[in-house]
Ligand binder design. Structure first.
Ligand SMILES: [Zn+2]
Length: 172
């Protein structure tokens, strides 16, 4: 999905190439991975205005726990798999990208069903410049994401989830 969003996307049976201008604009930005919560990565992009992006990775943790694959390999697989995205910028909403992402099945959160008839009736592009930047940087972040996942697992072990604690209490 990641590569398709950035190069060529098929929505409603129509194949469209990613918008070159948006890609050019994305090059002026700097992206920063700020955290991982569950399977959602949070990014900030720094340009004229700071924006926040979400990238939801597919549910992969069970796949890791059941299988014998290395964590880094599972993280790499998930990053190149069916990611879903969202951005806090106005063009995501008004520029039609929320609609395009909903139609394409890669939007985090509620689907946007209102067709962008004024701002982007031709449905050009796939995501805003911020998400172009984040998605371009994402494959290079496998090691960093793996570290975040490991840290999260350690925290889980240190402070067991309420449910687990409850079960323990009942048993003993
Ligand atoms: Zn954006």
């Amino acid at each position: 999905m990641l590569d398709r969003i950035l190069t060529e996307l098929t929505i409603g049976g129509i194949s469209r190439k990613a918008d070159g201008k948006t890609k050019e604009r994305a090059e002026t930005l700097r992206s920063q991975l700020v955290g991982l919560s569950g399977n959602i990565l949070t990014f900030k992009t720094h340009g004229w205005v700071q924006r926040v992006q979400l990238v939801r990775l597919p549910k992969w943790l069970n796949r890791f726990r059941e299988g014998k694959k290395k964590l880094v390999d599972v993280v790499s697989w998930s990053i190149h798999s069916d990611v879903k995205v969202a951005c806090s910028c106005p063009s995501m909403l008004y520029g039609g990208f929320a609609y395009i992402a909903s139609e394409g099945g890669f939007k985090v959160g509620r689907d946007q069903t209102r067709f962008p008839k004024v701002r982007n009736p031709g449905l050009n592009g796939s995501v805003c410049k911020h998400l172009v930047k984040v998605l371009e940087d994402l494959p290079g972040l496998v090691a960093t994401v793996t570290r975040l996942v490991k840290r999260g697992m350690k925290q889980e072990e240190a402070e067991p989830a309420p449910k687990a604690a409850l079960r323990k209490g009942r048993g003993g």
